[in-house]
Design a protein around this ligand. Structure first.
Ligand code: NAD
Length: 305
């Protein structure tokens, strides 16, 4: 059975690709666009319609979903830039815009307000759960916007995620997501540091991971995303830190968290330290690796001493 909603999906990277695939599996009519032809071809092979431009992709769409790297890409896509017209000039008034990229709250609010002024509804709906969650359709969506638009989006978000929260008004999804990712970076760095300490003292990282999983150090990274190679199958650390959530994207999120903390005069010393560690790790040429590769910052240090 074909689902009647027409969805345009823009940004088919590590996250957007599998999210779009789940919409296809749910039988939505899907038109896709990405700057990388290969990403488009993968979805077309599964039944999506391709578009040559973002503007072509949104023609006749009931829902537009974007999954782009950063605020500047989202701003340019919807509001336009020197080189291209923004989607705002062509979107139908009954269309619902769902931006799932993780971006700064100010840009999310700016884009949302500009769309609202043209009578176009939108929500910010960043996600948590990584590529694994995107593939399995079990993402957590953290939404900012009006309740009516949140409810309108639910039948679509339900096909890509399991837990869907309304955090507050426009931009609140981004603020909540940034708080989550700051905590995640601290947990990942702390877990890596603890595992390396155990290894340096002659312990087996798999045994220590099992112990900590049943002890008070238990956390998401140990449960689902162990950063030490070969402790857990099918996670980036056991695949050369390929795929997953890039160091440079985590670095971006920590920058957003620190900007948010500066604006609200919040004290975030753990977040600041995590930002320094991720920046150092990126400067050493690891920006494109999965963020769990922060483990190597500690293991390489141990090898040197
Ligand atoms: P990615 O770099 O793999 O994918 C981004 C895609 O957007 C690329 O395919 C790129 O070609 C495309 N793109 C960029 N500009 C475009 C434009 N103007 N028009 C069309 N396509 C364009 O990134 P990702 O890992 O999929 O992450 C996307 C967003 O999701 C980011 O904001 C990231 O912070 C967030 N996020 C990622 C993860 C993760 O685990 N990877 C988890 C949660 C949230």
């Amino acid at each position: 059975m074909q689902n009647n909603l027409k969805i345009a999906f823009i940004g088919l990277g590590n996250m957007g690709g599998p999210m779009a695939l789940n919409l296809l599996k749910a039988k939505f009519k899907l038109t896709v666009f990405d700057l990388m032809p290969q990403a488009v071809a993968t979805l077309v092979a599964q039944g999506a319609t391709s578009a040559k431009t973002a503007i072509e992709a949104v023609s006749g769409a009931d829902v537009v979903i974007s999954m782009l790297p950063a605020g500047k890409h989202v701003d340019a896509l919807y509001l336009g830039s020197e080189n291209q017209a923004g989607l705002i000039s062509v979107l139908d008034k009954k269309c619902l815009v769902i931006d799932s990229s993780t971006i700064d709250t100010a840009t999310a609010q700016k884009v949302g307000k500009a769309l609202a002024e043209q009578g176009i509804a939108s929500i910010d709906a960043p996600v948590s759960g990584g590529v694994g969650g995107a593939t399995a359709g079990t993402l957590t969506f953290i939404v900012g916007g009006e309740k009516v638009h949140f409810e309108q989006a639910l039948p679509v978000l339900n096909k890509m995620g399991k837990n869907i929260f309304l955090a507050g008004p426009l931009g609140a999804g981004q603020t909540a997501k940034i708080c989550n990712n700051m905590l995640l970076s601290v947990l990942m760095a702390g877990t890596s540091e603890a595992l390396q300490l155990a290894i340096d003292n002659g312990l087996d990282p798999k045994v220590v991971s099992d112990i900590m999983l049943q002890s008070s150090g238990r956390n998401w990274t140990l449960e689902l995303y162990n950063p030490c190679p070969d402790v857990m199958p099918n996670v980036p650390s056991s695949k050369g830190y390929k795929g997953g959530f890039m160091v440079d994207l985590m670095k971006k999120d920590l920058g957003l968290a620190m900007d948010t903390a500066t604006k609200s005069h919040s004290s975030t010393p753990m977040g600041e330290l995590a930002q320094r560690l991720y920046s150092q790790h990126s400067e050493q040429g690891n920006g494109q690796l999965d963020f769990s590769s922060i483990f190597t910052l500690f293991s390489n240090q141990s090898k040197k001493s």
